[in-house]
Every structure is written in structure tokens, then in C-alpha cells.
Design a protein around this ligand. Structure first.
Ligand code: BGC
Length: 758
């Protein structure tokens, strides 16, 4: 497509017509210039291609394959696996002539209450962006586009179209935007979808800081920005801010506003051309990538869905090695979810599954189990008959496997959860069954963390999240040991909701929600506050065990523009083959700013046979050590020692080493008479200069200023650390110290300490 030529030939009206949808799922065609529209479709964990458009909400979609949802996928910590899923979805899109699949969602799980957490990956931005990157790369390798969503700070469903996320710059950069940043830079999604909400008062759909300054100018994004469906408020401001395409159609109303605004001189044709170019480039990518004859083998993808889910599930508890189950024992499956699992969430991602495999279906190939329904899924009311049936089969079994979780009504797109509990009827079921059988295994189906009052009463807990249409097969494969569990939690499970960092400020007041917890989201908060979670971030068990040894760094000192390689040995010390997710966290030992105790900066999943060991390598760079410095509006690495922690979870660190890092973008620090002794002595040169000064004025002791009164040298030094230079005039009875002399010293400090910056 010769885009320059087309742009020259297009009328203003034709350009404006490209800026909104033709109905819900298509872009508009411009017949005069032979420009075809394209079709987009919801995902992200399957294809929700609408058959016939009626009213969006009730539109029927084609029969498709529902893969595990994002909440499960992230627990795989497996880039290759997610890329493979992306390729499968890309093929499905090709076979259905879909140009762009609307996902993945990279919003951070700020609160476990967010109704849409099942569509998001993690509380950690690094993990989230790595998984999103793999997904995008996979889909796009098949010539199909993705839509990284919802950009940005859409962390709740409550008032999602009007709420303003009030967040400070550093938190936004380090947590919420970082989750998108890696994926934008490394995977280049064809489209980015702006969110419904406002960010610090400005709608994302007309937010120049988000859509242009950060996304395009800083991150170098070249693709198209599309609105979330119905996220547009002022369309003309949107064009100015960098929102290229409005979806769905505004029935041409907003196209007309755009034309009028240009005619009235309120919108420049340059802005219009920029957006038109982005739309045309998208159409071009579609044409280039289009493949005919791609066959969508649903059976194959159903099997893939099961394989993927078996690599995602997290084994949370396995006392007395109750799992894997011995098929010769008398086993009961209890709970409606064994027969009809909850495997996906409600809303725009809802897939019309062509087939569902429940655990009851899958177990038939292994052994016979007894079954009781136990509860009614969508009613939170104990059914006495179902309960007593369940108790009676549990009494007559060696092991009872209870399939429980959240019903649809408890979590969905469109609204948030009110609490973290399972339905009362399910809790009662667990309680009553555990009174008659001590061998209980819980299989959970939920899109986000739940409280577990039963944790000490059961021997096994397997978290499946919302595991896709083949979840039953995957569960049975794990329960009976055909597969070894190898997922780890991508979010913290708190003991109780009130432990969560956002608890006091979720979901906000009126149309404002303040992110008061700042950067302390998820494990960053639980670590800092020393709160014991129910299950920590990065945690998950296996049927085997792993040993960590021999941590090595490629250097002990480095500049922040260099890379560091960290290697460790991991050995399978158990009796079965298994996969271990090795996690690397960085800790800044001493910092002038408030930082988390540790942050995830690397992970690798490694497969090991019994007795086998492998070296696992991680590469760290500037971002692994940096924080976002709002003074310089850039990432900054303070000089100092950084500890490198490698382990099996955020609370199970097995190896530690360290490296000294020196910044290359030194910050100019302007000293004044209000700078404290501590400020001055924070660098080695500063310390020397201070000593020199004190010697000149004849004050001081070895290593610092003169002791104050009766205090020890150490106490005095601590006092001086906090004392502004100007106050030395009043606090020292040495007449040599005058304001003039201090001013001269400050001048000298500024010249010498900042000289290498020029
Ligand atoms: C959702 C998006 C979705 C779009 C189209 C919106 O309500 O927030 O995630 O892609 O609808 O269905």
C-alpha cells in the first residue's frame, strides 16, 4: 500500500471515516480508494469472533477453544509456552480472517478484589510484561495483530468508565506502566488499547502524556492506538492526544466532529494525517500477514489447552504427600465443579467453547471414583440433601477431592468482588467433609486470590485458577501424577483481605481512587511490612525437590550501562522429573529513596530429570537496579551495593551474592546552607571536603565534626548527619564557624562535586 499517495488522495471526510469502527468489530472501508475494512475480535484466551452483530452484549460467537485465562498463564512463568499459545491463537485468527485479537491485558493486580483479575497476569510488572511479550510475539509471528490493553491504570471495575486513578509519577512508572513498557518495547504490539478510566483526572482516551509523550516519544511505539469499546469522551481531544481509532462505531457522529474541528481550525490536519497513517499502516500489516488455507484443528488446540493448564496450576499444599493419588484407593470427587468446572470468567473474554473436559470426564480413563455434587453452583445456600450425600461418600472413601471455587456471579468483568471468601455453602461443605475424612484435597477454580479458613484442615490444595475448557484433563493429570505440578503464584495470597496494601483505598470514593500504597503493591508491601502471607508470590510445590548451589556473577563492580550475568546451579534431588521456576530478585542495600526490600528482575524455568543439574543464567542491566527518579524524570541507579537473591519463591531465597553499581548519569546535587552534614558526607569526596573544611576552621575529630557537648563521637556524628550546615553557627561555640565561611564551603562543594558533570 502506498500510504503517502493514499493520504494525498483522501478527502478530509474519508480520513475521518477511518477513525471509528464500522459496527462493533470492523474498521470502515473506503471503497473509492479500494481500502478494505478489517475485523478484530476479542480474546485473549480464545477467539470470541461474533457471528452476527446485534447488540454486542448478547451477540453469539463462533464455537472456539477456551485456553487458560491470564491468571493461570502467568503462573507458568514460561515464555516459550506462552509464545506457543500465541502462535495457536494467531493460527485461529488466520483461519477466521481476524486481523487483530484484543489482548493481552497487562494491568497490574492492585487488589485481589478487581473483578477482572482473571484477565490480568500479575502483581509484578516484570513478570506481567514478560508474559505479555511472549504472548504478543507468538500471535504476531503468525501475521496477526494484538491489542495490548488496557492502557493504563485500569485496576478495578468499580466505576471503570469514570474513575480517576490518582497515582504519583514514580509509582506509575515503576509498577503500572512498567508492565506495559517491556511488552511495547520488546514485542511491538500492532495496537495498544487505551483504558476506560481517567489517570490523574484525564481520560486515558485523551491523555497526551500517556498516548504520545510516554508511549510514542519515550517508548518508541509505532503502531495504532485504539480506544477501549466506548472509552471516548471528547473525540477531538483524543485525536490531538494520539488516539487513532475509536471503537466501536459512533455512527459517524464523532467523524463529523473531527471534520468540523479541522474546518474551524481547532484541529490540525497534521494530527489527522498522523492518525490516518496509523490506521492505514495497520491495514497494510493485515494485508501483508494474511494467509489463506490455515487450518484450525480444534482437537489439537483442546489438547494444547490441557497441556498449557497442566504447566500453570500451582500446588499450594501437599502434606503427607497425599498427591499424587494412588488410583487403587477409594477416591471421591465432591463438588459441582468436578462435573462442570468453572474455567473462564464473564464479560468480553467469554469464549463459546466447542467442548469442555471436566475432571469427572477425564478420570474415567484412570479409575472409577464416586461423585457427589455437594453444592449448587450459583446459589450461596447450603442444600442439605447435597451436603449429606457428600458427607456420606466422603465417609466411605479413603480420600476426598473437593472441587470448589468462585461462581460466575462472584467475579466478572464489569464489577468487583466484595470479599475474598468462597461461597459459605462451599466452606460449610469443606468443614463438614473434613470432620469425617482426614484425607482432603482441595481443587480451586477461581480467577484471583481467595481466603482459605480451611487451610489447616486439609492435606492438599491445588490452585487451577480459571484453567480453560480442558482444565478437567489437566487436573486429573496432576492429581494422579501423570504430570508434575510446576506453576508458581504470580500474586500473593493474603491471609485476609485487610492485609492487602490497597485495602484502605479500594475502590476509592466517588470518582477518585488514590493509590496511596504507592510502589508497595503485592509482595513489595508484604515484605516491607513483614506480613506473613497465606502463600507468597512465586510460591508453588512440585512432586520432586530442587537444590540451589554455586551462585556466580560475571563481575563484582560495574557501571550501570553494562550488563551482569548471574549463574546458579539447580539440581533435581527427588525421584521424578520436574520443572523448577528459578527466581532472581534484586535488593538495594542502602538507598536514599524508599525502595522495596526486593524486586523480581529475572526468572527461568528449567526441566530436570531426577539427579540432573543445570546451570541457569540471568542477564541484568540498568533497569534491574534502577528506580524512577522524578527529579530527573528518568531511571536512575544510585551508587552502591546491590544484593542479588536467587530462590524458589519471594520468601524462599536460597542463594545470595552482590555487585557494586556506579551510575553513568550522575545527578547534579545543588548544595545549600540547608543541606545537612549527612547530605554532604553521602559521597566519599563530600566526606573529604567536609573534613578539610572542619580542619580549616579548626573543628572536629577523626572522621567528622567536633563532638557536641557531652555526647560520644558516634552520637555527635549522628546529630551532624541531620544538622543543616547553617545551624553549625548556632550549635558550635567555635567562633571560626561563620555563615560566610559556610557559604564559601557550599560554593566549593557545588563546584567540585558537580564539575565532572560538565
Ligand atoms: C473491554 C475490552 C474488550 C472490549 C471489546 C470492553 O468492554 O474492556 O477488554 O476488548 O470491550 O469487547
Amino acid at each position: 500500500m502506498n500510504i503517502d499517495k493514499i493520504l494525498k488522495e483522501m478527502t478530509l471526510e474519508e480520513k475521518a471515516s477511518l477513525f471509528s469502527g464500522d459496527g462493533f468489530w470492523h474498521t470502515k472501508a473506503v471503497e473509492r480508494l479500494d481500502i478494505q475494512g478489517i475485523m478484530v475480535s476479542d480474546g485473549p484466551h480464545g477467539l470470541r469472533k461474533v457471528i452476527e452483530e446485534k447488540d454486542c452484549v448478547s451477540d453469539e460467537s463462533i464455537k472456539a477453544v477456551c485456553f487458560p485465562t491470564a491468571s493461570a498463564l502467568a503462573c507458568s512463568f514460561d515464555r516459550d509456552l506462552i509464545e506457543r499459545l500465541g502462535k495457536a491463537l494467531g493460527d485461529e485468527c488466520q483461519s477466521e480472517d481476524i486481523a487483530v485479537i484484543l489482548g493481552p491485558g497487562a494491568n497490574i493486580k492492585r487488589s485481589p478484589l478487581c473483578g477482572r483479575n482473571f484477565e490480568y497476569f500479575s502483581e509484578d510488572p516484570y513478570l506481567s510484561s514478560e508474559i505479555a511479550t511472549a504472548y504478543i510475539k507468538g500471535v504476531q509471528s503468525r501475521g496477526v495483530g494484538t491489542s495490548l490493553k488496557h492502557f493504563a491504570l485500569n485496576n478495578q471495575e468499580h466505576r471503570r468508565m469514570s474513575i480517576s486513578a490518582e497515582v504519583d509519577e514514580r509509582t506509575m512508572r515503576e509498577i503500572y506502566l512498567a508492565s506495559f513498557e517491556g511488552a511495547v518495547k520488546n514485542a511491538k504490539p500492532w495496537t495498544v488499547m487505551c483504558s476506560y478510566n481517567r489517570v490523574n483526572g484525564v481520560h486515558s482516551s485523551e491523555n497526551p502524556k500517556l498516548l504520545t509523550d510516554i508511549l510514542r516519544d519515550e517508548w518508541g511505539y509505532k503502531g495504532l492506538v485504539v480506544s477501549d469499546w466506548g472509552a471516548v469522551d471528547n473525540r477531538v481531544n483524543g485525536i490531538k492526544a494520539g488516539l487513532d481509532l475509536e471503537m466501536p462505531s459512533s455512527m459517524g457522529k464523532n467523524d463529523k466532529y473531527i471534520v468540523d474541528a479541522v474546518k474551524l481550525g481547532k484541529l490540525s490536519i497534521k494530527d489527522v494525517d498522523k492518525c490516518a497513517r496509523h490506521v492505514l499502516e495497520l491495514l497494510d500489516k493485515y494485508e501483508d500477514g494474511k494467509k489463506s488455507n490455515v487450518i484450525w484443528d480444534k482437537e489439537k488446540h483442546h489438547k494444547l489447552a490441557s497441556k498449557i493448564e497442566s504447566e500453570c496450576m500451582v500446588l499450594l499444599k501437599n502434606d503427607d504427600n497425599i498427591l499424587p493419588l494412588d488410583k487403587k484407593r477409594k477416591i471421591a470427587f465432591i463438588g459441582k465443579f468436578a462435573e462442570s468446572p468453572r474455567y473462564q470468567g464473564g464479560g468480553s473474554s467469554h469464549i463459546n467453547s466447542y467442548k469442555i473436559t471436566s475432571a469427572l470426564d477425564a478420570v474415567k480413563d484412570i479409575c472409577s471414583v464416586s461423585y457427589a455434587e455437594g453444592y449448587i453452583t450459583n446459589e450461596d445456600k447450603t442444600d442439605e440433601k447435597l451436603l449429606s450425600e457428600a458427607i456420606s461418600i466422603a465417609e466411605n472413601s479413603d480420600i476426598a477431592v473437593l472441587f470448589v471455587g468462585l461462581p460466575d456471579i462472584f467475579e466478572s468483568e464489569g464489577y468487583d468482588r466484595r470479599h475474598l471468601r468462597l461461597p459459605e455453602c462451599q466452606l460449610e461443605l469443606i468443614n463438614r467433609v473434613s470432620e469425617v475424612n482426614e484425607n482432603i484435597v482441595i481443587v480451586l477454580h477461581n480467577g484471583s486470590a481467595v481466603e482459605m479458613p480451611f487451610v489447616d484442615d486439609v492435606k492438599g490444595i491445588l490452585e487451577t485458577y480459571l484453567g480453560g475448557q480442558a482444565v478437567g484433563q489437566a487436573v486429573v493429570d496432576i492429581l494422579f501424577g501423570k504430570k508434575n505440578p510446576c506453576g508458581k503464584l504470580a500474586e500473593t495470597f493474603p491471609r485476609k483481605l485487610s492485609d492487602n496494601p490497597s485495602y484502605l483505598n479500594f475502590p476509592g470514593e466517588g470518582d477518585r481512587v488514590r493509590y496511596q500504597e504507592g510502589i508497595f503493591v503485592g509482595y513489595r508491601y508484604y515484605d516491607k511490612k513483614d506480613i506473613e502471607p497465606l502463600f507468597p508470590f512465586g510460591y508453588g510445590l512440585s512432586y520432586t525437590t530442587f537444590e540451589y548451589n554455586d551462585i556466580e556473577v560475571s563481575k563484582n563492580e560495574m557501571n550501570d550501562d553494562e550488563e551482569l550475568t548471574v549463574t546458579v546451579t539447580v539440581k533435581n534431588t527427588g525421584k521424578v522429573k520436574g520443572k523448577e521456576i528459578v527466581q532472581l530478585y534484586v535488593n538495594d542495600e542502602q538507598s536514599g529513596v524508599i525502595r522495596p526490600i526486593k524486586e523480581l528482575k529475572g526468572f527461568e524455568k528449567v526441566t530436570l530429570n531426577p539427579g540432573e543439574e543445570k546451570r541457569v543464567a540471568f542477564v541484568l542491566d540498568k533497569r534491574s537496579f534502577a528506580y524512577y527518579n522524578t527529579e530527573i524524570s528518568d531511571w536512575y541507579v544510585e551508587y552502591g551495593k546491590y544484593n542479588i537473591l536467587v530462590g524458589a519463591s519471594s520468601r524462599d531465597i536460597r542463594l545470595k551474592t552482590s555487585v557494586y553499581v556506579t551510575p553513568t548519569n550522575n545527578i547534579r546535587v545543588e548544595y545549600t546552607l540547608n543541606s545537612t552534614g549527612g547530605d554532604v558526607m553521602s559521597t566519599d569526596i563530600g566526606k573529604e571536603l567536609f573534613k578539610e573544611f572542619l580542619k580549616d576552621v579548626n573543628v572536629g575529630f577523626e572522621g567528622g565534626p567536633e563532638p557536641i557537648g557531652e555526647m560520644s563521637e558516634q552520637m555527635s556524628l549522628a546529630m551532624y548527619n541531620e544538622l543543616p550546615l547553617r545551624a553549625m553557627v548556632s550549635f558550635s561555640n567555635n567562633e571560626n564557624i561563620t555563615r560566610e565561611k559556610l557559604s564559601q564551603f557550599v560554593k566549593k562543594l557545588n563546584i567540585i562535586l558537580n564539575s565532572d558533570l560538565y
